[in-house]
Design a protein around this ligand. Structure first.
Ligand code: GCW
Length: 716
């Protein structure tokens, strides 16, 4: 009895002595503000003695409060915020309208509404740091930038930073339903408690806004693109308005997904034909109603005539007819319409990868000027790897915005550690050759290639009510990286990972270097153990979690994995060249030539574009079958290496989060093996060749993998 009691006391003492002062569960994200090392505190303190900020702008008040909170935590010193006199080492916030800022003669005119300057200056003869912008929100962004520098140990003396977002709309898309379920969400229920809104609000809404503002996200689509008409009824508009009120000072606008058939469902109209004047009048009145409640409402996001959703084609009208009618309704209020290009129909026998291009390309130039077409990064659907969508660069007269998926529907949900910064960067850096070399997707998205002022990037959110927000510690990095890349699509994913790891765990280089390396490799690992060499869409039915390359019995051909891999006795892969679907011809000629030739296509895209013989000789000298198996093995080995590496990093991370990540990696290791074994067991039935030397046989026979069922996996 005494022994047990003593052991308990010792355990408690050990716990108190070891870990940091506060328990870490991931809730604080990258805004933890735990004390820096003593030497760093000493370095920064003279440069952050006080915060001088005008009190009349709500965003600047928030910026000052955040700096106070952050610096007080990081420097273990009270850094007071006031509107008053400048002390040496003060941080001065303000816009050009502010007398003290105006006196500094800073070049604010080129910053736009959201850009900012951070500079070391002298005010009244005293050294100070100024954060200046043309709006309070610009100042808020600058404050978060300064905090990031302190968090990651970057110098802030003699500072001279100018930052302007390259993309106008930097949005999260929540696939959140009104009953709080989240389509393809793996971090618990929706954070929007629609039932209690607008009367009762959750403090999380504020922390959500802080986190988003810290990475420059300036808009949020609150509801699923598979929308319910109810979101557009008066009670739900009032709920959305409450959220908009909370988000406004953080620079975040609210948008809604609109269900095409809402006029029929809400008001009993006979039709939703976009050219019917009664329908147009209904949407105009609806827009007026929304703007009366939410004066800065951003506009609508629409999924139409896709996967069973209603749309203008139900009335033999085009996507442009539909988008333009809605655009006219929001135009007087300055609103926009984001019209998704994710369309495909099983009635259409064409290669699914071709369909969005075939549908939208002819509409180039036919969209109203407040419409922006939202295109997924690849032509199929958020796979571990896809070549860039052929629409990028192919619709020069139409602004196109990027849609990435932050939630990892096809990359192991929140369970697998996969850093998507590498995926986002790969797509953005891809060269469309639309206007010659250097016509990158990033330049289509930021408008510079085709001269569009309206630009945007959307990320399907991975946020839920889980304590750590995103379902796992490392999935926070994907939210973070999305925001940073939306601000600057040419930023480095590696650099962003380093910032995130430093702020989230530890800035010790002995920690950051191996973690960033692990993050950067993690994306290739998932490609290897799920869909190597250009394979895609091989997941089991419904939940999209585990492997199901054998699935061939779904009602729509283009939902079956066999449609995509086309394995047979000769070889494997989807022929998208001239001899096949010729989807490759949708790319600009230099790209089409490269991808369409088996000798020049990058191996990473080989089976996306070609049906390749099992004995085809690969760059490694191995035949295709051996290379495929080798890649699967490599993916499994990489996860083992990630586990081993993370285990060595315990000294740098609080025990709770370290153990949490360790447990997730154990699941990932088991499941990487499952993907590898099931896929190899299945493809071997076509290849009919031995495994390469040293590659172990699958743990079970194919029937075992085929019989596995997961009826309650999220998203089923
Ligand atoms: O990938 C598919 C998802 C659907 C999603 C759809 C889309 C919102 O499996 O759940 O529906 O994409 O992007 O519209």
């Amino acid at each position: 009895m005494f022994g047990a009691c003593r052991a308990l006391i010792l355990a408690v003492v050990a716990l108190l002595a070891s870990g940091p002062a506060m328990a870490e569960d991931g809730y604080d994200l990258w805004l933890r503000y735990r004390p820096l090392a003593d030497s760093a505190q000493a370095r920064y303190r003279p440069l952050a003695t006080a915060i001088a900020a005008p009190q009349d702008d709500p965003s600047i008040r928030i910026a000052a409060a955040e700096l106070h909170r952050g610096l007080t935590g990081l420097l273990r010193a009270d850094v007071p915020a006031s509107a008053d006199a400048i002390a040496p080492g003060a941080i001065l916030l303000g816009t050009g309208g502010d007398r003290r800022i105006a006196a500094l003669g800073l070049p604010l005119s080129t910053l736009g509404r959201e850009g900012y300057l951070i500079r070391s200056v002298r005010v009244d003869g005293k050294p100070a740091t100024v954060i200046a912008a043309n709006s309070g929100v610009g100042v808020l962004y600058g404050a978060f930038h300064l905090l990031r520098l302190v968090q990651t140990g970057d110098p802030i003396d003699r500072i001279d930073i100018r930052s302007v977002p390259k993309v106008e709309l930097r949005l999260l898309n929540h696939w959140d339903n009104l009953d709080r379920s989240v389509e393809r969400g793996y971090a618990g229920q929706s954070i929007w408690d629609w039932w209690k809104l607008p009367d009762i609000t959750n403090p999380r809404y504020v922390d959500y806004a802080r986190a988003n503002a810290s990475i420059g996200i300036n808009g949020t689509v609150l509801n699923n693109v598979n929308a319910k008409a109810d979101s557009l009824t008066a009670p739900y508009i009032a709920k959305a308005a409450k959220l908009a009120d909370i988000f406004r000072p953080y620079g975040i606008r609210v948008y809604l997904s609109a269900r095409w058939s809402a006029p029929i469902e809400i008001s009993g109209l006979k039709t939703a034909d976009p050219l019917d004047p009664a329908v147009a009048a209904w949407w105009k009145a609806k827009a007026d109603e929304i703007y009366a409640a939410i004066p800065d409402f951003g506009g609508f996001l629409v999924k139409a005539n896709s996967e069973g959703q209603p749309g203008p084609q139900d009335y033999h009208r085009s996507h442009a007819d539909g988008a333009n009618m809605l655009a006219a309704a929001v135009k007087p209020h300055g609103g926009i319409v984001m019209w998704r290009a994710f369309v495909y129909a099983h009635e259409n026998p064409d290669d699914r990868a071709r369909q969005a291009y075939d549908e939208f390309k002819p509409l180039d130039g036919r969209f109203a000027d407040n419409v922006i077409v939202q295109v997924k990064n690849g032509a199929i659907d958020f796979q571990p790897r896809e070549p860039f969508h052929p629409l990028f660069g192919a619709m020069p007269k139409t602004p196109l915005m990027m849609e990435f998926q932050i939630t990892k529907e096809y990359l192991g949900f929140a369970t697998h550690l996969v850093y998507l910064g590498a995926l986002f960067e790969e797509t953005l850096a891809s060269d469309t050759f639309a206007k010659g070399k250097g016509s990158t997707v990033a330049r289509v998205i930021d408008g510079s290639l085709e001269g569009h002022a309206r630009t945007g990037m959307a990320g399907v959110a991975n946020i839920g009510v889980d304590r750590n927000w995103t379902g796992s510690q490392f999935d926070q990095a994907n939210w973070y990286a999305f925001g940073r890349l939306a601000w600057d699509p040419e930023a480095s994913a590696r650099r962003i990972a380093a910032d995130w790891a430093g702020m989230t765990f530890s800035t010790d280089p002995a920690f950051v270097a191996p973690v960033v390396d692990m993050m950067m490799r993690s994306r290739e690992a998932v490609v290897d153990y799920m869909t190597p060499l250009g394979l895609h869409h091989l997941m089991a039915t419904g939940h999209h979690y585990g492997p199901g390359p054998w699935v061939d019995d779904l009602e729509r051909p283009d939902w079956n994995p066999v449609y995509y891999h086309r394995a047979d006795a000769q070889g494997i892969g989807f022929d998208r060249t001239k001899t096949g679907s010729n989807a490759v011809a949708q790319y600009a000629p230099p790209v089409a030539r490269q991808l369409g030739d088996i000798r020049t296509v990058p191996e990473r895209d080989l089976l996306w574009f070609h049906h390749v013989r099992w004995d085809h000789r690969m760059a490694s000298g191995r035949i295709l079958w051996d290379e495929l198996v080798t890649r699967y093995d490599r993916g499994v080995a990489e996860v083992a290496a990630m586990r081993a590496r993370w285990a060595t990093l315990a000294p740098y991370v609080d025990a709770d989060r370290h153990a949490d990540v360790m447990r997730f990696l154990a699941v990932q290791a088991r499941e990487a093996q499952w993907w590898r074994d099931a896929s190899i067991a299945y493809f071997a039935t076509f290849a009919r060749r031995p495994l390469p030397a040293g590659s172990p046989p699958p743990a079970h026979d194919l029937d075992y993998y085929k019989a596995l069922r997961f009826p309650y996996a999220p998203g089923n």
